[in-house]
Design a binder for this molecule. Structure first.
Ligand code: VGL
Length: 206
């Protein structure tokens, strides 16, 4: 069984929200996500859902990406993806949230800032239940797209491969990255782990 996973396709990671974490072209991926979902029996949505008072929040972009001495947040970020704000909403062109088969919210607590959708914590001990849900549905293959390639997509794909043992395909046509360098190293890391990183969906075969 195949599942398609839309990782954090939220306005916060697009030029629609320039004050948050805009990723170039982040608002353009809905057609590719919809296309990959047509290959799958199940469609899952993951969302960043952060409180305004999170420990990793800094007030401006120039203070961002500083290393943080905290058990469950590795870097500082500007506030983003706060439920109830525009940045939390999914990008135009995707189904209603209620049309997905499963939805995961992550980073809800002020002291947690996970990137991957499979664990609430950076130590990867506290499951969100995503892997268990996919296994209960007898999923063996996952197609992953979303935002951003170099952070949440990469970490989610790695967790699905290393902890879930799934056959994992990352569809770059349905992803956008924050920075070129981390996107390149992230793709290399994923390939080294045995993940299929493909440029477009026509390379997918399951
Ligand atoms: C993300 C940076 C900070 C992501 C989330 O969704 O890739 N990146 N928070």
């Amino acid at each position: 069984m195949i599942a398609s996973i839309d990782v954090d396709p939220q306005k916060t990671f697009t030029p629609i929200c320039p004050g948050e974490l805009p990723v170039g072209g982040g608002d353009q991926i809905a057609p590719a996500l919809n296309e990959q979902a047509r290959k799958a029996r199940f469609r899952v949505l993951t969302k960043d859902a952060h409180p305004v008072n999170a420990v990793w929040v800094v007030g401006s972009h120039d203070k961002m990406l500083a290393p943080l001495e905290h058990a469950n947040a590795d870097l500082t970020w500007v506030s983003h993806a706060v439920p109830g704000t525009e940045g939390f909403e999914t990008i135009p062109g995707l189904p209603e949230v209620t049309e997905y088969d499963h939805v995961i919210w992550k980073g809800v607590e002020p002291d947690l800032h996970p990137y991957g959708a499979c664990f609430h914590d950076i130590q990867e001990k506290l499951s969100t239940g995503l892997i268990e849900w996919l296994k209960a549905k007898e999923v063996t293959t996952v197609l992953v797209g979303g935002l951003a390639t170099d952070y949440c997509v990469k970490t989610t794909a790695m967790q699905l491969k290393l902890h879930g043992g799934f056959d994992v395909w990352v569809n770059l046509e349905a992803c956008r990255g924050i920075a070129e360098e981390t996107t390149e190293t992230g793709c290399a890391e994923m390939r080294d782990a045995g993940i299929h990183v493909i440029e477009a969906l026509d390379e997918f075969s399951a």
